[in-house]
Ligand binder design. Sequence first.
Ligand code: AMP
Ligand code: ZN
Length: 119
Amino acid sequence: MTDCLFCAMVAGDIPADVVHETERTFAFRDIAPQAPTHVLVIPKDHHATAGLLVGADPTLLAEVVAAAHAVAVQEGLATEDGPEPGYRLVANTGPAAGQTVHHVHLHVLGGRDLAWPPG
Ligand code: AMP
Ligand code: ZN
């Protein structure tokens, strides 16, 4: 999609600190990290939100979640079969949640204790 920051990063037109990639997913470090690990995981295809993605291509949403878990394992936030020490997946959706980039992305946050409820 034109005028989409994350599509431009997938295309290589804007630099990304890539930490994980599959045929259909892409993961890179957030430019303004909110935790010691802060990675964004996206589908390479453009979909605005998780709700639109799951309607259009549910398998791809599953691939994004699997990629997010793989990133967490790679970053030492979990093991293949266990959730220790733990991490958080966040999908800000719409203006009330503060979504600023309208290409669906999972934030993978970890490396410190994460407060609940979030802000
Ligand atoms: P959200 O507010 O949930 O839409 O998240 C968008 C995220 O994209 C924010 O955490 C930004 O810090 C991050 N971001 C914006 N531009 C870049 C960039 N060029 N490289 C990496 N992350 C970015
Ligand atoms: Zn896009």
